[in-house]
Write a protein that binds this ligand. Structure first.
Ligand SMILES: Cc1cc2nc3c(=O)[nH]c(=O)nc-3n(C[C@H](O)[C@H](O)[C@H](O)COP(=O)(O)OP(=O)(O)OC[C@H]3O[C@@H](n4cnc5c(N)ncnc54)[C@H](O)[C@@H]3O)c2cc1C
Length: 434
């Protein structure tokens, strides 16, 4: 019997478990470990709460978790409760699927002022991530800014601009819904260092902004290159630009009190304020001949008492594992003998949920060729891990615990919401009587 430990229960972890299960059938046991008693990583804590249909992918992961050879072991933080070396003693292979949970820093003066938050923090706050339950983002000013030109920036801007009723059917946590409902923010400026052609925003996410109840998108037509230049774009990007051009051609709806202003060619230089963020000083840029942003020397100020940086994420290093550029150093997913990385921990924070699938299958293939089906294995696996955790007083949770938490969340749902997520680990553990 082979024993495999997949560390992290986000998409990459589940696709890897699925691939290993298919490759080995009942000749292997696969344990999916996670630091939280509930799985799914960014499907739970990242993907926007008003995009419920995207979260449906978790049904596929449920099936993996229900397979006879797969176990979920929650509430275990690898690197703290158990080391990689210990796991390599207990398992035939260890696969790191720990994602990239940390915000990349802006690297500009003033970014530590109160009122400046990373998108991982802000997104975690409205999605019920226990680390950010107390974030309390300042929502009493009228202006906010989001730095970044990707879909996460759009998520943040949209969530700040929606009305209470537009969250109907979402699983946004109650504390965030109440705070956003009372928010005074009327203008959200989305800052990008380059122009419309360089955005990393997909058509669906952009298009949504044109249909919000109380907010209009504002785009300056002068920011676009001549329309013939759109023809050279790949089809998805061309669609996004078409939507942006439509926004530019449509005057803001005067019946809508809020606006989302796309400020292109805008490079944040510093954040200023008297003890808290009040404005961003920005330099106007232009594109150089390689398509990079080049400062023009012209500066201006964007008022904002809440500033969200959405410029990317970085993985958490573990022990002395080789690490560079925000991810584990690996070759095709292999870090070292019997140690692998998949998903954002392997590639960095890019791509969609589905992009993690080939990662998982590729690494399962590597493992299967190193340890062919039928070859012997004599590691202790979950039995040994559970003994070790018990000795250390770590209260690991299991599949039944996860289901119990979920049932309680569903039972606690406010009207119109699929569930009310727990936002504190103590509440999860209380539910389990621990
Ligand atoms: C704000 C946001 C919105 C997004 N929206 C979309 C979208 O709409 N559509 C789309 O296709 N993609 C979206 N994505 C991208 C998608 O979420 C990622 O591609 C995907 O989640 C990456 O999967 P992963 O398994 O590598 O990491 P994660 O999903 O982050 O999973 C990592 C898991 O590892 C666990 N973990 C971390 N450290 C440890 C440790 N030391 N010990 C034990 N467990 C640990 C975590 O708890 C987590 O469960 C979004 C991403 C973000 C940030």
């Amino acid at each position: 019997m082979r024993h495999f430990a997949v560390i992290g229960s986000g998409p990459a972890g589940f696709y890897t478990a699925e691939a290993l299960e298919k490759a080995y059938g009942d000749a292997a046991r696969i344990d999916i470990l996670d630091r939280y008693p509930v799985p799914y990583g960014l499907i739970r804590f990242g993907v926007a709460p008003d995009h419920q249909s995207l979260k449906a992918v978790s049904k596929r992961y449920d099936k993996v978790a229900e397979s006879a050879g797969v176990d979920f072991i929650g509430n275990v933080t690898v690197g703290r409760d158990v080391s990689i070396d210990e796991l390599l003693e207990l398992y035939d292979a260890v696969i790191l699927a720990i994602g990239a949970p940390h915000d990349r820093k802006l690297g500009i003066p003033g970014e530590d002022l109160p009122g400046v938050v990373g998108s991982a923090e802000f997104v975690g706050w409205y999605n019920g991530h226990p680390d950010f339950a107390d974030l309390d983002p300042p929502l009493s000013g009228t202006c906010a800014a989001v730095i970044g030109n990707g879909n996460v920036a759009l998520d943040c801007a949209r969530i700040l601009s929606k009305t209470r009723s537009e969250f109907e059917g979402s699983d946004i946590v109650g504390h965030a819904l109440d705070a956003l409902d009372a928010s005074a923010i009327r203008t959200v400026t989305i800052l990008g260092r380059r122009g419309p052609h360089q955005i990393a925003m997909t058509p669906k996410e952009l298009g949504e902004l044109g249909h919000l109840e109380a907010a209009s998108p504002v785009v300056d037509v002068a920011d676009f290159p001549p329309s013939e230049a759109d023809e050279a774009l790949e089809p998805g990007q061309r669609k996004s630009i078409k939507i942006l051009r439509e926004f530019a051609a449509t005057p803001p709806d005067s019946a809508k009190p809020k606006c989302m202003v796309f400020d292109f060619f805008a490079k944040p230089l510093r954040i200023e304020g008297d003890g808290k963020a009040e404005k961003i000083v920005v330099e106007r840029t232009e594109l150089d001949d390689k398509g990079a942003a080049r400062g023009t020397g012209e500066t201006y100020e964007v008022p904002a008492s809440l500033i969200i940086s959405a410029i990317g994420y970085s993985t958490q290093p573990i022990g002395d594992l080789p690490f560079e550029g925000g991810k584990f150093i690996n070759e095709g997913g292999r870090i070292a003998e019997r140690l692998y990385a998949v998903g954002w921990a392997r590639r960095g924070p890019t791509g969609t949920i589905g992009t993690n699938r080939p990662d998982g299958y590729e690494v399962a293939d590597l493992i299967a060729s190193a340890m062919p089906l039928g070859s012997a294995g004599d590691r202790a696996g979950a039995g040994g891990l559970k003994r070790l955790l018990e000795d250390r007083g770590v209260m690991a949770t299991d599949y039944d615990d996860w289901r119990k938490i979920e049932e309680t969340e569903v039972a606690n749902a406010r009207p119109g919401s699929p569930r009310e997520k727990f936002v504190r680990i103590e509440h999860w553990l209380d539910t389990l009587g621990r």
